[in-house]
Ligand binder design. Structure first.
Ligand SMILES: *[C@@H]1O[C@H](CO)[C@@H](O)[C@H](O)[C@H]1NC(C)=O
Ligand SMILES: *[C@@H]1O[C@H](CO)[C@@H](O)[C@H](O)[C@H]1NC(C)=O
Ligand SMILES: *[C@@H]1O[C@H](CO)[C@@H](O)[C@H](O)[C@H]1NC(C)=O
Ligand SMILES: *[C@@H]1O[C@H](CO)[C@@H](O)[C@H](O)[C@H]1NC(C)=O
Length: 344
């Protein structure tokens, strides 16, 4: 199996060097046949659509997708930082945007963080259902409705439900699209609170930097860390766009697997083959409840804190509220004793 996967990955990478082909998938094909992918990539430059029956067929360049690209480009242009065309993106749905829910905590944290409020003008909120879109339109100037092809993503998604998986794959595809449009991004889940700009912790030479669930050892270059795709920076380039494209396509090699698990399976080979510089950021800076070795939160260091490894929406909201309270106490104490430690 490993050998087959390696060969297919090699093929996926090699076959696409000449051109980038948009692959639009309505639904993860259940009956994947490995021969489809090689065939798919010889055809260009038309779009290829994988049907639910597992076959691949060509369609005429979709005009609706062109106009959607225009809409997305325009929003990205408005959200991007002047100097480096970077956008901050958060993907959300009805349950997460309900009043008092995760998105409220998330947005509140920008206002209580250090120099984070000014980042809100670079934040593009990506919604996956009508209710979230409506709420975004009232609360934030930059909202993009991601086309989810009629699927229902409104509820709190159970961890491994099929719709949840599908939404996660659409997120991966969406991130790839943003890179293809020439924008770098910092994608953040909304069950994360921000204290400082996480870009302060992204090495300038990195193509991609990602949070991790546990940061074992002290070697920052070692990729054997559990990826956490809930907070990820990717710099726009042909390499990173290609990385996302192959990651997305590799889902058919591991049917039913989560996006992050597939990422874990392909990260070594893909970074090596494509020359993508990937780093995981220490949980001391991108904090998470997963890393039990770091029970103590050092607010001098933390940029963000993720309610990861916490099950249930209510629990997440509750835990993040507590973390925000701790942060506010820390800030108050620091300003009382006159330290300059929170200028950044
Ligand atoms: C699979 O689906 C495509 C597109 O919907 C269709 O053109 C093709 O005939 C189908 N193939 C089979 C074997 O059902
Ligand atoms: C990109 O620009 C933003 C805003 O000016 C800055 O905060 C960020 O550090 C820059 N990122 C990189 C990787 O240079
Ligand atoms: C992940 O993919 C592998 C390879 O196809 C498969 O054997 C395994 O059952 C999948 N895991 C899940 C949780 O679906
Ligand atoms: C000031 O308060 C901060 C936050 O509680 C603490 O980390 C720091 O050590 C304090 N500094 C002094 C000089 O007491």
């Amino acid at each position: 199996m490993i050998k087959v996967v390696t060969n297919l990955l090699r093929f996926l990478v090699i076959s696409s060097i000449s051109s980038v082909i948009l692959v639009v998938v309505h639904r993860s094909p259940c009956s994947y046949h490995p021969n489809n992918l090689p065939a798919a990539h010889k055809e260009e430059p038309a779009q290829l659509v994988a049907s639910s029956n597992g076959t691949t067929h060509q369609v005429a360049a979709a005009s609706s997708s062109d106009s959607d690209d225009d809409k997305l480009s325009e929003l990205l242009r408005r959200a991007a930082t002047e100097d480096n065309k970077t956008v901050i993106m958060a993907i959300t749905n009805e349950a997460w945007t309900a009043p008092g829910s995760l998105t409220d905590r998330f947005l509140e944290s920008f206002r209580t963080g250090v120099k984070t409020e000014a980042l809100l003008k670079h934040l593009l909120i990506v919604t996956v259902d009508a209710k979230a879109r409506e709420r975004c339109a009232r609360a934030h100037p930059l909202c993009y409705a991601l086309d989810v092809g009629g699927a229902d993503f409104t509820s709190e998604q159970r961890y491994m439900a099929e719709d949840y998986l599908d939404m996660m794959w659409r997120r991966v595809r969406f991130q790839g699209r943003v890179l293809e449009l020439g924008y770098s991004f910092l994608l953040t889940d909304v069950d994360i609170v921000w204290f400082r700009n996480p870009l302060l912790r992204v090495p300038v030479a990195a193509d991609m930097a990602m949070a991790c669930d546990r940061f074992r050892g002290d070697n920052p270059y070692d990729l054997d860390k559990g990826a956490n795709a809930g907070l990820v920076y990717a710099r726009a380039s042909a390499r990173t766009a290609e990385f996302y494209r192959v990651w997305y396509e590799a889902r058919t090699l591991f049917p039913g697997n989560k996006t992050q698990d597939v990422f874990e399976k392909v990260k070594h080979q893909l970074t090596a083959r494509l020359g993508v510089t990937l780093q995981f950021v220490d949980t001391a800076y991108f904090g998470t409840f997963c890393d039990r070795q770091r029970k103590e939160k050092d607010f001098n260091k933390l940029c963000t804190f993720h309610a990861n490894c916490i099950l249930g929406l209510k629990n997440k909201v509750h835990k993040l509220r507590a973390v925000l309270n701790e942060w506010n106490q820390f800030k108050a104490a620091a300003s009382n004793n006159g330290t300059t430690l929170i200028t950044y």
